[in-house]
Design a protein around this ligand. Structure first.
Ligand SMILES: Cc1cc2nc3c(=O)[nH]c(=O)nc-3n(C[C@H](O)[C@H](O)[C@H](O)COP(=O)(O)OP(=O)(O)OC[C@H]3O[C@@H](n4cnc5c(N)ncnc54)[C@H](O)[C@@H]3O)c2cc1C
Length: 805
């Protein structure tokens, strides 16, 4: 065994072997992998081996598509057959709603480059004659789906990694990790010690234990999962071609051929978490769990109805094995915040559909310093301290139970809620708020009429929230509206080096005392890392405001790029609450709450002041995300309730209404303001998303400057545009294709109804050649093409005078 390596991967399941393969493929030498038993000894050996690209999350879908395409190359490189069967896969819809969703997915695949096709019930029956298609509306067929032999696929990654120089130590358990003080790790194993510059936790079922070795809790939990294998079916013996893989989404089961029988897996509605308090080191020598067939009765009945032939044959084998789930079902990938050179590649619930992409993503991150594109949806830093083991157990069980349920864009699942609430949560609930959740925090979506229950019906179309949101938007543009902004992420940056550190971290110019600036934050590649509001409070003190759900993600970046000797960064999000007010009467309202002059001259746009609001010491920021005159009041969280009550009382006579996230989205779309994770993300650069006007190219040094300068010299190939869509009962939402005739011209990043301009709006990226104001294009909404037109200016207040008055 070596005594020093550049990277040590802990875990020889499919994910760890893929990471080792990709690290060596991208050029790293001195890569080793430790496996406590035999390769695959965790979840990998007993997987059903299916792989498919369908995933509601675009980043995951792309990652899965990469994994599927990798297998032939892997077989070739390793010389290891992996039992690859590209049978094609049918993702079946048995309800109209599901069919609408599959039609949307098929359209999105045109953007992500997945070659899928919609097929009729008759075609489903032709391709899979064993299925009862009586209730089937159709299916999404992907020729690249299929199955493989999990053991051989893991071996193939390992062999290919070895061929590229990696060393694999079997029967070598990592027992401890200690920082050396040189940025590397002293790794203790039961076969000796190794110094590793980087360690990767790919320990699957034991990832929590390997997390605890460095004092962290990883938000994942294993769940029991069953599949069964039938005896041979006579009709399959005479079939010349193999059956396709079938995912019966509404029946919550999957099926694939297994020799001349079937393999049927089910996601029961009552999930069974496994080893909640940790996985024993003794588990896992090709060990399975006792089947719990009594829990599967409903699911199996559905399976027998879908595949009636099952009634005629016996079951040959039942497998019950554990594998890990996270609260949202996506993996946990990337550098673990606060633990330098400790990387996560765990929480992967579909290692054979996702393992290749997870390996590639992590390897790019480690080798190049950043991943290629926006991978926030699988980033380990998308969770914060709120994701306690108890929270994770509830949410992961909920995810398992709803694995194939439709994830409606307007639905927030109920488990582990409410958990985090702002100081005015009860007040908002009294006002009949309907809440969603962001980073574990309850956030108001809209306010239901007082005579109806505060419940939004999950739908892909316009929901029952529509009239309420319309009223909220109208109030924000005509009188004054209040919004609980406690969820905003807030950071205090202080110390003698604060100004110079931020000047280097942020691409924009730094504000003067009492002023604010919007500034992009870039990665060295020029990709966006944030769109932040920076307020200068004192020469050595700044306040930074960003999206609340990015707290851990932003802090990890700040930590990596700021010299902590001279600068202190504090996440004050939970300490400070905020109420935002917008609307033409918002100044009048503020004037009645404070003693200061808040007129346009004394308190201009993009400035901030300390002042007492009601009884509370506060900092008031004058900015606007709605395009209207707007103020945000920041107070220590204990004052928020009193401030809010006073605002409500005084605001009554001015026509004050409470608004939620939905109204904010509509209002910002009418102003063509982009939003993080939608128009702005690591998929884009400042040049193409229109943020270059906030980049201070003249600054001598900032992260991403070289790339930004290079980009300035070239003409962007894509541009961000706002579209008016001829939509009837549903808006464009995310990643739908934009068509210029029959040519794919771009894709949607977000959409919503503009309640004040009376039109369905969307934002998206289109090829620069097509980005012409007034150009007539089309966008696919829920599977149907809708005409749309590029807007030359914001439909509301194009000059931006209202927010500056
Ligand atoms: C019944 C069932 C059916 C499934 N079907 C499918 C399917 O059809 N398609 C699909 O894509 N996925 C499927 N899965 C999920 C799939 O098995 C997992 O996603 C995948 O195996 C996860 O791989 P991994 O490498 O992350 O973890 P694991 O396979 O658990 O590997 C982790 C490895 O790390 C080793 N290890 C842990 N701690 C240490 C240590 N301290 N030192 C050294 N080594 C250590 C372990 O021994 C183990 O070999 C199924 C799972 C089950 C249970």
């Amino acid at each position: 065994m070596k005594t020093h390596v550049r990277a040590l991967v802990i875990g020889g399941g499919v994910v760890g072997c893929s990471v080792a393969y990709h690290l060596t493929k991208l050029g790293w030498s001195e890569v080793a992998l430790c496996e406590r038993k035999e390769l695959t000894a965790g979840s990998s050996w007993h997987a059903a081996g299916l792989f498919h690209a369908l995933n509601g999350d675009v980043a995951m879908s792309r990652l899965q598509a990469y994994t599927l395409r990798l297998y032939p190359e892997l077989e070739k490189l390793s010389g290891q057959s992996i039992g690859l069967h590209y049978t094609g896969g049918l993702n079946v819809a048995a309800t109209q709603e599901r069919w609408d969703l599959l039609r949307s997915d098929a359209a999105r695949h045109k953007v992500t480059g997945i070659d899928s096709e919609l097929v009729s019930p008759a075609e489903v029956a032709r391709r899979c004659p064993l299925m009862d298609v009586g209730d089937v509306h159709g299916a999404l067929y992907d020729p690249m789906e299929g199955y493989l032999d999990p053991y051989s696929a893991t071996m193939a990654y390992a062999k290919a990694a070895r061929a590229q120089g990696a060393e694999i130590y079997r029967h070598t358990r990592v027992t401890g990790l200690e920082p050396t003080g040189r940025g590397s790790w002293r790794v203790s194993t039961d076969g000796g010690a190794i110094e590793a510059e980087h360690v990767v936790n790919a320990a699957g079922l034991w990832a929590r234990e390997v997390g605890r070795m460095v004092g962290i809790h990883l938000p994942l939990v294993p769940m029991e999962h069953h599949y069964l294998i039938t005896e041979d079916l006579p009709e399959l013996k005479s079939m010349k071609t193999e059956l396709p893989l079938v995912v019966d989404l509404d029946g919550e089961m999957y099926m694939r051929p297994e020799h001349k029988g079937l393999l049927l897996g089910v996601y029961e509605n009552d999930a069974t978490p496994w080893s909640l308090n940790g996985t024993s080191w003794d588990f896992g020598d090709n060990e399975l769990l006792a089947p719990k067939l009594e829990r599967l009765t409903d699911a199996l009945e559905r399976g027998f109805r879908r595949f009636p032939a099952l009634n005629r044959i016996g079951i040959r084998k039942i497998v019950n094995g554990p594998f890990t789930f996270t609260p949202d079902g996506n993996p946990l990938v990337g550098p673990v915040p606060g633990v330098p050179n400790y990387w996560s590649a765990c929480g992967v619930m579909a290692g054979f559909a996702q393992g290749g992409g997870v390996g590639l993503t992590l390897a790019q991150w480690m080798v190049d310093g950043e991943p290629d594109g926006d991978v926030y949806g699988l980033d380990v830093a998308r969770y914060g301290a709120y994701a306690t083991p108890a929270y994770v157990a509830e949410k992961a069980a909920e995810f398992y139970a709803r694995r194939f349920r439709i994830a409606y864009p307007n639905e927030f699942w109920p488990a582990a809620r409410p958990m985090r609430t702002s100081a005015i949560y009860d007040r908002l609930a009294d006002e009949n708020a309907v809440f969603g959740v962001s980073y574990g925090l309850e956030v108001p979506l809209y306010f239901a009429p007082s005579d109806t229950p505060p419940v939004e019906q999950p739908t892909l179309r316009r929901s029952n929230a529509f009239p309420s949101v319309a009223a909220e938007c109208r109030a924000a543009r005509s009188t004054v509206a209040a919004f609980d902004a406690s969820s905003f992420g807030k950071f205090e940056v202080s110390g003698a080096g604060a100004q110079s550190a931020l000047d280097r971290l942020l691409a924009g110019r730094m504000p003067e005392i009492g002023r604010m600036r919007l500034t992009p934050m870039l990665a060295p590649s020029g990709r966006l890392m944030g769109d932040l509001t920076t307020a200068c409070v004192a020469p050595d003190r700044y306040m930074i405001i960003g999206s609340g759900y990015l707290q851990a993600w932003l802090l990890r970046w700040f930590d990596a790029h700021i010299d902590h000797g001279r600068v202190r960064i504090r996440n004050v999000t939970e300490d400070i609450g905020a109420v935002a007010r917008a609307g033409p009467r918002s100044r009048e309202l503020l004037a009645q709450l404070v003693h200061e002059d808040v007129g346009a001259e004394a308190f201009p746009f993009m400035s901030h002041r300390e002042m007492d609001v009601g009884l509370a010491p506060a900092r008031v920021l004058r900015l606007s995300f709605t395009g209207e005159l707007g103020f945000e009041i920041y107070v220590a969280a204990q004052y928020l309730r009193a401030v809010y009550v006073r605002i409500r009382n005084i605001g009554q006579s001015l026509g004050l209404v409470s608004i939620g996230n939905y109204a904010l989205n509509s209002l910002r779309l009418e102003k063509c303001f982009g939003l993080w994770s939608r128009e702005f993300s690591r998929d884009y650069t400042a040049g193409i998303c229109g943020l270059s006007r906030f980049v201070a190219y003249e600054k001598p040094d900032f992260v991403g400057r070289d790339a930004a300068l290079r980009e300035r010299e070239s003409r962007p190939t894509r541009r961000l545009v706002t579209l008016q869509v001829d939509a009837h009962d549903a808006e464009a939402s995310y990643y739908e294709p934009i068509w210029d005739g029959e040519t794919l011209a771009g894709f949607i990043t977000s959409g919503g109804y503009g309640h004040c301009c009376g039109a369905s709006l969307a934002m998206g990226y289109v090829a620069s050649s097509a980005a012409v104001p007034g150009a007539e294009l089309a966008v696919t909404v829920l599977g149907d093409r809708r005409a749309c037109r590029i807007l030359g200016e914001p439909p509301i207040d194009p000059t931006g005078s209202r927010m500056r008055t």
